[in-house]
Design a protein around this ligand. Structure first.
Ligand code: CUA
Length: 173
């Protein structure tokens, strides 16, 4: 007839061997460490998440408004707005110059596909999504060249998509 066994009703019980228990402990320690890392990065080191500043129509964003004339706006007091337009395979403008000590608000959008924007030696690193303006702010105390690159694969000439921010010495307030 049948070989099936009738299973008795066993009470479920937690059993873990020592090795498992150690790994559970390690996992909990890691979770706490990650939470502390995020808190320190956000509150003590000033890391920011790119703001979804506003919604735009990628088909018309370059026709009027600030993105029709990408580039730098001097707000006075050492603060600037930088409007940067992304498209395959170009950032417009390709070069931005500010005096040392400047604070720059980057407003970036795309008129075609998804791009990325990473500014070397800063914590500016964001995705550029068509239809959305991404915004981050940084202050540049040290003169030098800060290259920016597209870090989101956007097509055959993705690697050619870059530009540079030049922080000029001697322009301090
Ligand atoms: Cu734009 Cu890669």
């Amino acid at each position: 007839m049948s070989d099936q066994q009738v299973l008795g009703e066993e009470q479920p019980s937690f059993h873990a061997d020592d090795y498992e228990k150690k790994w559970i402990g390690v996992s909990i320690v890691l979770l706490v460490a990650f939470a502390v890392t995020v808190a320190v990065a956000g509150f003590a080191l000033g890391f920011q998440v790119p703001g979804d500043e506003s919604r735009v129509d990628p088909r018309t964003v370059a026709d009027s408004g600030p993105f029709s004339q990408p580039g730098l706006r001097d707000l006075g007091g050492g603060e600037y707005d930088a409007y940067i337009l992304s498209q395959q395979y170009l950032f417009t403008p390709r070069e931005i110059r500010v005096p040392a000590g400047s604070t720059v608000n980057f407003y970036i959008t795309s008129i075609d596909v998804q791009h990325g924007f990473k500014l070397q030696d800063t914590n500016i690193n964001m995705q550029i999504v068509p239809g959305q303006v991404s915004k981050l702010t940084a202050t540049f105390d040290d003169p030098g060249e800060y290259p920016y690159i597209c870090h989101e694969y956007c097509g055959i000439a993705h690697a050619a998509m870059f530009g540079s921010l030049i922080v000029e010495a001697g322009g301090g307030s």
